[in-house]
Write a protein that binds this ligand. Structure first.
Ligand code: F6P
Length: 543
């Protein structure tokens, strides 16, 4: 892939096509094609995806698919599934798909099949989860574990925290699950101040086991535990387990590696919650439900690997995203789940998408000359409708949005029958965004003349509608894998390494330098703004 993306004939064709697009709008597209909703619809597993309210035509999709073919997306996908080292800057395979591969599959990295190791860890996790859930694993004083606290950050927090929230109705309700990530001591304090250390299990989750936030929180948690249990270090073994790829680091921290659950360098942090990083989730929902979730992931993996391009959902959604990002200059993507249980889903996707595709260097080291990943944002409906939807409907920005909803609530979670009210809003919003309200319609309602311009909705705001019957562990796995592969497709077209994250390093290094400066009298050595801020902080710092 040597030719520059923007020099490709397929790219140029999309530019020309876009220039003709100001004459096209969704009202017209639906009017002239009664079968549009049927044609721009695809299914994978339990997910139904309607992309008919996107600003696309057959020609757009054809050109985008041509671009994907030209950029070698299918080849790169196959290399990923085969365990090739497609994470070039770290010289690593990218094999989160192996985490949910059935035991019968064979996937090799450097000539060794990784699937048996994956299942060996899953079996150990299942045995451990069963012991904690069943009360056989007790704390140092013999008390049953009532609260599990996961300590991790980024991919070692967002995935399990999101999935625990999403699948709470399937969880053991007589246990509590908490997630501590922020190095702000308030996070750990709030998570522990009302707990009995004798009944608390900490899972320290860190791929590298060097992340400052996690090591700091884990060290403080150990102090809290020992203070509460009389200081006997041997208690640690019953109250701390680790999830990591770094056995040495785990051991140095004081956790017995017999209580460590491993994973591998071919699992990226933001692609890891279906590895041992999901241990807290497995304890919450049980090994069977966790297995259902893995099967859901695998269903989408298989769809992405084998479905024809024209109906391949991660491919289509990835390409439609590129259409807006690079040809319409849309800077953001709103992901709007109409489910209270998906309240952390978009935050999870922020890391998945923005840490993967927030890059401006091509795989060969040259700068990109096109737009890459969007800002991903959003919160569950209907709350957003009363906050920021005004801007989506009538602001000056183009904001493509993904709407995610379910035909039925999770069993037992809607005792008062509010689901129709929720979903009526879900359907109403994508309709309003697409078709708006014309001047004639507003005037026809007898609106005072001065208000008419303010009450017009120009419409033509693109949305994708993703639905499933119900949010289950399997459906969650399918949803996450859909976005994982969508991000993959975009990175492949943009020719960036979606699997490294060098952009988070500089801040970490500078913070390390600043820590001792905050309690020192020596003049800080930064720019004048940073120096002044540090000096003001020192002057006001608690002694
Ligand atoms: O800040 C970047 C990052 O490396 C993420 O990619 C990762 O998910 C997170 O930090 C946590 O890393 P670890 O699991 O090694 O503690």
């Amino acid at each position: 892939m040597t030719e520059k993306l923007t020099d490709l004939p397929q790219w140029k064709a999309l530019e020309t096509h876009h220039a003709e697009f100001d004459r096209v709008n969704l009202r017209e597209l639906f009017k002239t094609d009664p079968a549009r909703a049927e044609r721009y619809f695809a299914q994978a597993g339990d997910l139904s995806v309607d992309y008919s309210k996107q600003l696309v035509t057959d020609e757009t999709l054809r050109l985008l698919l041509d671009l994907a073919r030209e950029r070698g997306v299918f080849e790169l996908r196959d290399w990923m599934f085969r365990g090739e080292k497609i994470n070039l800057t770290e010289d690593r395979a990218v094999l989160h798909v192996a985490l949910r591969a059935p035991e019968t599959e064979r996937i090799e990295v450097d000539g060794a099949d990784v699937v048996p190791e994956v299942h060996e860890v899953l079996h150990r996790m299942a045995a451990f989860s069963a012991r904690v859930r069943g009360g056989e694993w007790t704390g140092a004083t013999g008390k049953r574990i009532k609260t599990v606290v996961n300590i991790g950050i980024g991919g070692s927090d967002l995935g399990p925290a999101m999935a625990y929230e999403a699948l709470k109705p399937y969880s053991m309700r007589d246990m509590q699950f908490r997630f501590v990530s922020n190095v702000d001591g308030a996070d750990l304090y709030e998570a522990t101040h009302d707990l009995d250390p004798a009944e608390t299990l900490f899972i320290v989750s860190s791929k590298t086991f060097t992340t400052v936030e996690t090591v700091t929180n884990a060290t403080s948690a150990k102090k809290w535990l020992l203070a509460g249990l009389g200081g006997d270090e041997s208690a640690v073994a019953k109250h701390f387990v680790a999830v990591s790829t770094n056995a040495e680091g785990v051991s140095a921290f004081g956790i017995d590696t017999a209580n460590m659950f491993g994973f591998w360098d071919w699992v990226g942090g933001r692609y890891s919650y279906d590895s041992a990083i999901g241990l807290s989730l497995m304890i919450a929902i049980g090994p069977e439900r966790f297995e259902e979730m893995l099967q859901g992931f695998h269903t989408m993996d298989e769809h992405f690997r084998t479905a024809p391009a024209e109906k391949n959902l991660p491919l289509l959604l990835g390409l439609i995203g590129i259409w807006y990002r690079d040809f319409w200059d849309a800077q953001t993507l709103a992901v709007l789940p109409y489910s209270h249980y998906l309240s952390k889903f978009t935050a999870y996707l922020q890391q998945l998408d923005m840490e993967s595709n927030g890059k401006s260097t091509r795989r060969d080291g040259e700068p990109v000359e096109w737009q890459t990943g969007p800002v991903v944002w959003g919160t569950p409906g209907t709350n957003g409708q009363h906050a920021y939807y005004q801007l989506i409907h009538q602001g000056t920005l183009l904001i493509p949005a993904d709407f995610i909803g379910f035909d039925r609530p999770i069993e037992g979670t809607d005792p008062f029958g509010q689901h129709d009210a929720l979903m009526a809003n879900f359907f109403a919003q994508t309709e309003a965004l697409a078709f708006g309200k014309t001047r004639e319609q507003v005037e026809g309602e007898g609106v005072p003349a001065a208000q008419v311009p303010h009450r017009i909705f120009r419409g033509n705001h693109p949305t994708t509608t993703v639905t499933a019957r119900r949010l289950t562990p399997s459906v969650l796995g399918q949803l996450v894998a859909l976005y994982e592969h969508k991000v993959f497709v975009q990175g492949a077209v943009w020719d960036i390494d979606s699997f490294d994250q060098w952009g988070v390093e500089l801040g970490k290094v500078l913070a390390k330098k600043i820590v001792p400066e905050l309690s020192s009298d020596a003049a800080p050595e930064h720019d004048s703004s940073t120096n002044a801020a540090i000096e003001r902080y020192r002057a006001d710092r608690e002694p």
